[in-house]
Ligand binder design. Structure first.
Ligand code: SAM
Ligand code: SF4
Ligand code: SF4
Length: 332
């Protein structure tokens, strides 16, 4: 029986962080001065193996999990990631497997990912202007590689969605160029409000470009038609261009929170479960897995955790005393 949490929300999505490492240092996520050369990432033996990830995912299907998303850190840094996708896509009851990536290694991986059973890919791309892009990713990475990755994913039949985090004074001038480019290339685009995840990104409300402003900027150039939600708990408000099928959405987690429908559970790379993106502490599941406890025991543990869940951080903003776990660790 699928459990409901204290706010009557079912468990549906499992977001799996396959690594806490990344080849970017986006300032809003892993600023280089915090995640520098001496930063201690998780040692290899603490990271869940593919078999352990598969086992946890499979065990959670009977209590509601039907959608998986691989994330990180940068998931394409994990060697053999397509093997993991193959293992996950063989699980009965999983009907969607997606992956979120910064896209810089995607051109090399797209074919193997598609063949392994990946259903779709989300690429994070905050700017088309090369200088703004290089500055935002913190390592000077070139936009051309990300665009090649997107092209390659399309070539191999993977539907692509692009996420752009918009920050005041950093890339609000990219809102319209991104919309023009996405429309031209038939790519679904999502703008994301800059969130107060973790403790190291220097978040301030003044740096958030609210959804209302993003929408007004878009409507200064594009006539948009509202689209109805496709499922309860959808994170994005969505529109389509009046003169094309291209879809555009805004994830307003700060100014219009959507905790009411939140069915997401996160699994960190070292096997801790987080019932909210803004939680301080995770719940260890790796110990049970490494003790070879049976699936029933794993399920019971997670169902108990889910049943007790009351998280609604974005609706209660400021009420959580913290400190909050970093997004690159628990999985965006
Ligand atoms: N490295 C991959 C990537 O960048 O797509 C996957 C992990 S990343 C943590 C997942 C998503 O979180 C990305 O789309 C990123 O833009 C978003 N993100 C990270 N920090 C954020 C913040 N402070 N506010 C809003 N979104 C953020
Ligand atoms: Fe890396 Fe993604 Fe975080 Fe950027 S947003 S630093 S690409 S994990
Ligand atoms: Fe879900 Fe927590 Fe985000 Fe609310 S703040 S939508 S409960 S992850």
């Amino acid at each position: 029986m699928a459990p409901l949490d204290q706010l009557q929300r079912p468990l549906r999505d499992l977001r799996i962080s396959v690594t806490d490492r990344c080849n970017f240092r986006c300032r809003y996520c892993m600023p280089a001065e915090v995640f520098g050369p001496n930063y201690q990432f998780l040692p290899r033996d603490e990271i869940l193996s593919f078999e352990e990830i598969e086992r946890i995912s499979r065990a959670l299907v009977p209590i509601g999990v039907s959608k998986l998303r691989l994330t990180g850190g940068e998931p394409l840094l994990r060697r053999g990631i397509d093997d993991l996708i193959g293992m996950l896509s063989a699980i009965n009851g999983i009907d969607d497997i997606a992956l979120t990536t910064n896209g810089v290694l995607l051109a090399h991986h797209a074919e193997a990912l598609a063949l392994a059973g990946l259903k779709r890919v989300t690429v994070s791309l905050d700017a088309l202007d090369p200088a703004t892009f290089a500055q935002m990713n913190g390592v000077g990475a070139k936009i051309d590689r990300v665009l090649a990755g997107i092209g390659s994913a399309q070539t191999f039949g993977l539907p692509v969605k692009v996420n752009a985090v918009i920050q005041r004074g950093v890339n609000e001038q990219e809102i319209l160029p991104l919309a023009r480019w996405a429309k031209e290339n038939h790519i679904t685009l999502r703008y994301i409000e800059f969130m107060d995840v973790g403790e190291s990104n220097g978040w301030q409300m003044e740096k958030v470009v609210p959804a209302s402003e993003i929408r007004a900027t878009l409507e200064s150039e594009f006539p948009l038609e509202a689209l109805p939600p496709t499922h309860p708990g959808e994170t994005a408000k969505r529109w389509k261009h009046a003169d094309s099928d291209a879809e555009i959405g805004i994830i307003a987690s700060v100014t219009q929170p959507f905790c009411q429908g939140c069915s997401r559970l996160r699994l960190s790379a070292e096997g801790k479960l987080f019932t909210c993106l803004f939680a301080s502490e995770g719940h260890d599941i790796r110990t049970l897995v490494r003790r070879f406890e049976d699936d029933e025991k794993l399920r019971h543990e997670v169902a108990t955790l889910w049943t007790a869940r009351r998280d609604r951080y974005s609706e209660d903003r400021g009420q959580n005393p913290g400190p909050k776990a970093e997004m690159s660790y628990l999985g965006g």
